[in-house]
Structure formats: structure tokens, C-alpha cells
Design a binder for this molecule. Structure first.
Ligand code: KIV
Length: 279
């Protein structure tokens, strides 16, 4: 039976009904198909693709054209899941007008059904502007990777102690500002679990956590972490549900051995010559 398409109102209803929301990043059509088949509610075309697909150190170099290209592939692959596209660094910070134009391109050319941007209070006018043209906006507060240079690295945000008193209140204010500006959900990245619980209780819109504990309305993982596609490092907050990186190395290594050893291809993978014509 064909499953019902996930929409933005569905995601809001899920919070009200206490149903946990699942989000996973996707960057291309084959993985979008597989994640959709697995029942993932939201496919996030994250600018994390700069790091996990392009091999860059940060998400900062990712362009809007690249985001549109990947979003289009993901939109083609999914049947049920909601497609959420990230606005990359430099495509929305200059002015609300610039943000609206970028969001329109992500929807019109990429097929996104909602867009995500990083920042709280400082981005309130921008969120309002995008929401006012009926493009659903997801906020993103706490650790915002596009602010990596200000934060001095990919660090947990909103801890009460340390050198930045008031940080916890700032993250809470940011989440409130995102909701007040008209966002339909907010990603909470790398904040203490009690702060995430406080924000989740305070907001009417769903919170989607990554490194924010179990009390959020939903969870998001980066695909490459979930599948164990990197053979080395995984962030502490992520869980590897498979070891596909090792499996790829094993399979490709077996292929190399078989070609070198003359084992592959066999007759089973070859085409027989055309039968000679009789007479
Ligand atoms: O770009 C991304 O993958 C993200 C998630 C980490 C939430 O923003």
C-alpha cells in the first residue's frame, strides 16, 4: 500500500501526538530512495555534504548551486519523506531579501519542501521573511557549524559553566525567537540534554535533536555516521547502525583480488558470441 506523503502540518501534528520524528541527511537519489523505504520522515539535504561528501574541513565553502543540485537528486528519490534543504553559508546572511531569493531557488529548482537556516535571535527577521512567502522554515540553534570560527570549533553550546555565562539562556532565547519568527521546527545541535528538554517543553513547534539527548521531539543523524561510512572517526553523539565503510573496503578489495587473479569475470558475466548463420 502506498504510504501517505509527510507534510509540514504532519510534522507539527506529530509533536502534538507525542510521536517521535525521524530525520536523516541525504545527498543523492539512491540513498533518498533507501531512507524513504525505511520510513524516515524527513530527508535533510544538509550542508554537512561539504564535509562528508566533498571532503572539506567545514561546511563554509558549500554553494547554493551545489545545495540545489543535491536537493534535486534527493527530491527525485523520495516518495513519502519531506525534503528539507539547507541554506548554505553566504546565501541568506546578507539580508532577508537575499534569504528569500535563495529559499525560492531551493524550492523551485531543487524541489525542497522546506528550508533550514542556522541562527536564532539574529535570524528572526530572515525567518519571518521566508515564512511570509509560504516557504516553511526550520531553525537551527546551539552548535551552528556555519559559525565554526566564532565558536572556535565544533563545540557543545549552552553549558552553564565555563567562560561564557549566559550561554544557556542565549540558546533558549534563540529557540524562542525562531518559533516567534514563524519557523515550523528547530534543530537543536550539541547542547546539554536538560537544556534541550527545557526548550522542547517551552516550544509548540517540534525540536529535532542531534547531540541534544532523548527529550527532543525528534532526532537527526548524518547518514555517513548512521551507516558507518567513514572508516575512522564518528562524533560522540552519533550511533553507527552499520559498518558500511568496512563492507565497501571488503567488497572492493575482493573485486581487486578477483580481477588481478583472473577469477572475475567468468562466463556467467560474459556475452556468448553470435551463433554462426547456418547455410
Ligand atoms: O548539515 C547538516 O547535516 C545538519 C545536521 C547536522 C542537522 O545541519
Amino acid at each position: 500500500m502506498e504510504q501517505k506523503k509527510v507534510t509540514v502540518p504532519d510534522v507539527l501534528r506529530m509533536k502534538a501526538a507525542g510521536e517521535r520524528i525521524t530525520m536523516v541527511t541525504a545527498y543523492d537519489c539512491p540513498f533518498a530512495r533507501l531512507l524513504d523505504e525505511a520510513g524516515v520522515d524527513i530527508l535533510l539535504v544538509g550542508d554537512s555534504l561539504g564535509m562528508v561528501v566533498q571532503g572539506q574541513d567545514t561546511t563554509l565553502p558549500v554553494t547554493l548551486d551545489e545545495m540545489i543540485y543535491h536537493t534535486r537528486m534527493v527530491a527525485r528519490g523520495r516518495k513519502r519523506a519531506l525534503v528539507l534543504g539547507d541554506l548554505p553559508f553566504g546565501s541568506y546572511q546578507t539580508s532577508p531579501q537575499q534569504a528569500v531569493e535563495s529559499a525560492v531557488r531551493l524550492v523551485k529548482e531543487g524541489g525542497a519542501e522546506a528550508v533550514k537556516l542556522e541562527g536564532g535571535t539574529a535570524m528572526a527577521r530572515t525567518i519571518e521573511a521566508i515564512a511570509s512567502i509560504d516557504v516553511p522554515v526550520v531553525g537551527h540553534v546551539g552548535l551552528t557549524p556555519q559559525s565554526v570560527h566564532r565558536m572556535g570549533g565544533h563545540r557543545v553550546q549552552g553549558r552553564r559553566s565555563g567562560h561564557a555565562p549566559g550561554e544557556r539562556e542565549r540558546v533558549l532565547d534563540d529557540a524562542r525567537a525562531v518559533q516567534a519568527a514563524g519557523a515550523c521546527a528547530v534543530v537543536l545541535e550539541c547542547i546539554p540534554l536538560d537544556l534541550a528538554a527545557e526548550i522542547t517543553a517551552a516550544l509548540a513547534i517540534p525540536t529535532i535533536g542531534i547531540g541534544a539527548g532523548a527529550h527532543c521531539d525528534g532526532q537527526v543523524l548524518v547518514l555517513h555516521d548512521l551507516l558507518g561510512l567513514s572508516t575512522d572517526w564518528t562524533p560522540r553523539f552519533a550511533k553507527r547502525y552499520a559498518e558500511l565503510g568496512r563492507e565497501v573496503v571488503r567488497a572492493a578489495g575482493a573485486y581487486v583480488q578477483e580481477v588481478k587473479g583472473g577469477v572475475f569475470p567468468t562466463e556467467a558475466q560474459a556475452f556468448a558470441p553470435r551463433a554462426a548463420r547456418a547455410g
